[in-house]
Design a protein around this ligand. Sequence first.
Ligand code: DAH
Length: 343
Amino acid sequence: MENKVKKIREEVESFIVSSSEELEKFRISFLGSKGSVKGLFSELKNVAIEQKREAGQLVNGLREFVQNKFDVLKEELESSSDDNQKIDTSLPGDSIELGARHPLSLVRSEIIEIFSRIGFTVSEGPEIEDDWHNFSALNFPAEHPARDMQDTFFIAKGDTPQEEIALRTHTSSVQVRVMENEKPPIRTISPGRVYRNEAISARAHCFFHQVEGLYIDKDVSFADLKQTLLNFAKEMFGDKAEIRLRPSYFPFTEPSAEVDVSCTICNSKGCNVCKYTGWLEILGCGMVDPNVLEASNIDSKEFSGFAFGMGVERIAQLKYKVNDLRLYSENDVRFLSQFTSGM
Ligand code: DAH
């Protein structure tokens, strides 16, 4: 009898009830008039008289156990079906808000697309740079005032400027890495984040983004540079866009120029963004200085090249007419959700 009671207890424990049909099945098989507990009661009459009392207590205990279990299962089933009834499947679902790409990411992709159409690859380099790649190989002599053009965040000072490690101040450092590792012809652009030790304001930030361009081959001329940049301006700002070049100075290019694009905001009529000149500065460029080619073991008698560097925030500012640089890194969703790739 003891074994039978144990077996029924085990069956009761492992019985799974998830619907009212199953609950009824539970009731019939254990508590019903032909159920196993009733069966044990009728077996009691065959138990020897001296064991009857103990056996009776066992079976009574079992019945109580099964009845309790039945009550608990019933209650659980009822409360879960109450929950089900609370769900109104005819109500509209929660709307899922679509994210938007960051405006700088959109502009970066567009710049990459424009240059990849004319055969430029994409190269990347580290944001923590040594002096060689950020300055020396780019023809910035040690202690030369040209280094002050770039307010640098140093990470490790050395005994000499050549041993210093810094956050890169421009993506021109990637030029050097590409020239060290590849042989001409080289045609590549390098997008990335750069850092300058500047006070944050609407017009300056301590980090921003640039896209560097580099083209090295035999007989590359300034005319190639000009045509490449005109093509970029028209693709980026529309067919009516014009460019003009002004002489400038960078240690790594000779001759060097700054490039303006006709003002996209007032159609060159003059407005406060272009300071009533009709022109907006968008990038620096020039013919790669022979010293820079030689520093990366490229024969400057055989090869020539051009380079350019543009600020991604600057292009985004002209494209989206956003004139406060801080907005790009504040992550205000009201600002970020306004930009779509279909511009
Ligand atoms: N590296 C310059 C800067 O950060 C931009 C630049 C100017 C890059 C002229 C070039 C270049 O490659 O030829 O201001």
